[in-house]
Design a protein around this ligand. Structure first.
Ligand SMILES: *Cc1c(COP(=O)(O)O)cnc(C)c1O
Length: 384
């Protein structure tokens, strides 16, 4: 079959990704950079993002959530280091050796199993001990440290954690950083304790994007940004905090653009309904364009009667409910719209744009969710 014309696709800007990586690297000079590619690289497409990051010498590590994601990184040609942040079942501990991974540790079960397996193969394994400092999600408390210390010392191939890390609970959502500072002091206390227990970690890390941008003292030996790598601010509060410190606003450039095409045009009279539930009724003769994307693709149903798309650079409001595979937009005020015309769902043009942040506001959620839920089935194209 000849090369197909696409109806629904995502463009990934190689230069934007490279620029953001360089910016983050410059924000944390001399620190190891671990790029978060969990959640299908924040919805961008894991194999495509990895294929670009492979050429970025600044990136030493990838951070992923699951074993499956780590394996996908290897299959996409990533040969450098990988940290898995999420749980791995003890039954699957051998995969850590097979795929040369550095897993997060927060259960004794898994550490024990890893010790046994690594001993069996005579291969030392680097682990990252997750310290509980107040997020109360994954992580081990100060009280549990001695038990973990004895497990580490029991196995020659483990000896001590390679990394010790924590994650902040309240750094994106606020311009007050009291709680982050509290967590940081907890982290320092626990690292001291690790030293006293003779399992002093080689590297320490705490910084997501917001911490990397705002707080040098959270950088330690390695930074683990995610959202900013893709060109998005973690939150308005982070952006505001940055501006208050005298920062300038063009730090990051969004990597992702999502497009579709007009697949049907129609005229409606006044007082006609559009879509399921008859939630929209025309008030005058109206021209509509039908677009072949819906909530299956990650265009949230919460955008029903809320969002707009750009056609010929002009805003076309979504009318009626977002369906599984279809949305309908109003083009009454846009001249000369034709079948197969390109439609911008998410992205920037010279004069206007639809940001992930804008869509998140319409859908009453955060930019992370809008991006992460873009369907992996949408075709990804890397553009310069
Ligand atoms: C996702 C994640 C990050 C990256 O967070 P961003 O806000 O996307 O930069 C860093 N550390 C941990 C533990 C994470 O889960």
């Amino acid at each position: 079959m000849a090369k197909k014309k696409l109806l629904n696709w995502i463009e990934l800007s190689r230069s934007a990704l490279k620029k953001n990586v360089a910016t983050l690297s410059a924000l944390a000079p001399g620190k190891i950079l671990s790029v978060s590619v969990k959640a299908n690289a924040y919805g961008h497409g894991l194999s495509e993002i990895v294929s670009i990051l492979k050429d970025q010498k600044e990136v030493t590590y990838l951070t992923v959530h699951s074993l499956e994601e780590a394996i996908l990184c290897r299959q996409s040609g990533w040969q450098r280091k990988i940290i898995t942040l999420g749980p791995i079942l003890p039954e699957n501990a051998e995969a850590v050796i097979e795929y040369d991974l550095e897993p997060a540790i927060f259960t004794k079960n898994f550490l024990q199993q890893l010790g046994k397996i690594s001993n069996k193969y005579g291969r030392s394994v680097k682990t990252h001990l997750k310290l509980e400092t107040g997020t109360h999600r994954q992580g081990i408390t100060e009280k549990e440290l001695p038990a973990f210390a004895s497990l580490y010392k029991k196995y020659d191939t483990l000896k001590k954690p390679y990394g010790a890390y924590t994650h902040f609970a309240n750094i994106e959502d606020t311009t007050s950083h009291e709680y982050a500072n509290y967590q940081l002091s907890q982290f320092n206390t626990m690292v001291k304790k690790l030293k006293a227990l003779k399992i002093k970690p080689t590297i320490r890390h705490t910084a997501s994007s917001a911490a990397t941008i705002l707080f040098k003292k959270t950088h330690f030996d390695l930074v683990r940004p995610g959202i900013a790598v893709y060109g998005h601010w973690p939150s308005k509060e982070t952006y505001l905090s940055y501006l208050l410190e005298g920062g300038k606003n063009d730090l990051f450039q969004p990597v992702l653009t999502w497009k579709t095409r007009v697949t049907q045009l129609k005229h409606l009279p006044s007082n006609a309904f559009v879509g399921y539930g008859c939630t929209y009724k025309t008030t005058s003769p109206t021209r509509l364009a039908v677009l072949p994307i819906g909530y299956y693709d990650g265009y949230s149903r919460a955008l029903s009667n809320q969002a707009y798309v750009l056609i010929k650079g002009k805003r076309a409001p979504v009318r009626g409910r977002v369906c599984m595979n279809i949305i309908v937009v109003d083009i009454t005020d846009i001249k000369k719209v034709n079948l197969e015309d390109e439609v911008l769902l998410l992205g920037q043009t010279k004069r206007d744009g639809i940001s992930a942040e804008q869509i998140a506001e319409w859908a009453k959620t955060i930019n992370y969710e809008i991006l992460a839920r873009l369907s992996p089935a949408i075709k990804r194209i890397i553009v310069p």
